[in-house]
Design a protein around this ligand. Structure first.
Ligand code: PGA
Length: 252
């Protein structure tokens, strides 16, 4: 059985004190959420404080991005994956659509980031997803295949248990427009097929594939009912403890 993962991507929101307050508000609300893994991704500057304050809780902390570089050196503005680990992170998001579309990240860079995260001992949450134009042009699968094959290049069998894929259709992120459970299921099954071709059926059957894009308390249950939906990557609705906790407790 695949254990679901519900991850909150806080994006560029919240100062350190606000991040700590949100994490501490969330902590008691999810203390008994043993049915899934809960991950939160604060801004870099808040990771250490949030992780310290969550010690002893089962909530895990993620970076929202990491450097392609693994050697410490003259890379102004970059944060290496082992620095995130050092700050208390256990996970790292790579290839989020905002990084791809606003900052022009390529599949090769996303791949280097995934490899860097894995090398640092982190679990990488690799985001993939097509734009509206690509979907309407009938290219959704080709785009997601390219992002997966590019992003997963050079991964070895020993890495596979520390890879999570988040399928996030770009047209659903922050728009209030969610994929239907059927659309999500179709793409998640496709992700798993590509993973099986690339690695093995066995590895694919263990892969957690999260859905992301306007996940809210009122649409999570329908998504989670789908065979190949193993959790969610939540943006806006993760910024408020009660709302995020309702998503985490989708099974009630
Ligand atoms: P959203 O963001 O839930 O606000 O649509 C999801 C994401 O960007 O990961």
């Amino acid at each position: 059985m695949r254990k679901p993962v519900i991850a909150g991507n806080w994006k560029m929101y919240k100062l350190i004190a606000e991040s700590v307050a949100l994490a501490l508000d969330l902590k008691p609300l999810v203390a008994n959420a043993n049915h899934c893994e809960v991950v939160i991704a604060p801004v870099f500057t808040a990771i250490k404080t949030v992780a310290d304050r969550l010690e002893g809780s089962s909530i895990r902390v993620a970076g929202q991005d990491c450097s392609t570089e693994t050697q410490h050196g003259a890379h102004t503005g970059e944060v290496a994956a082992d620095m995130l680990r050092d700050a208390g992170a256990t996970h790292c998001i790579v290839g989020h659509s905002e990084r791809r579309h606003i900052y022009g990240e390529t599949d090769a860079q996303v791949n280097s980031k995934a490899l860097a995260a894995l090398a640092a001992g982190l679990t990488a949450i690799l985001c993939v997803g097509e734009t509206l134009e690509q979907r309407e042009g009938g290219d959704a699968e080709a785009v997601v295949r390219r992002q997966l094959e590019g992003g997963l290049r050079d991964l070895t069998a020993s890495d596979l248990d520390r890879i999570i894929v988040a399928y996030e259709p770009v047209w659903a992120i922050g728009t209030g427009r969610t994929a239907t459970p059927e659309q999500a299921q179709e793409m998640h099954a496709f992700v798993r097929r590509v993973f099986a071709e690339r690695f093995s059926k066995e590895a694919a059957s263990r892969l957690r594939v999260l859905y992301g894009g306007s996940v809210k308390p009122d649409n999570i249950a329908g998504l989670m009912k789908q065979t190949d939906v193993d959790g969610a990557l939540v943006g806006g609705a993760s910024l408020e403890a009660e709302t995020f906790a309702q998503i985490i407790h989708y099974d009630r």
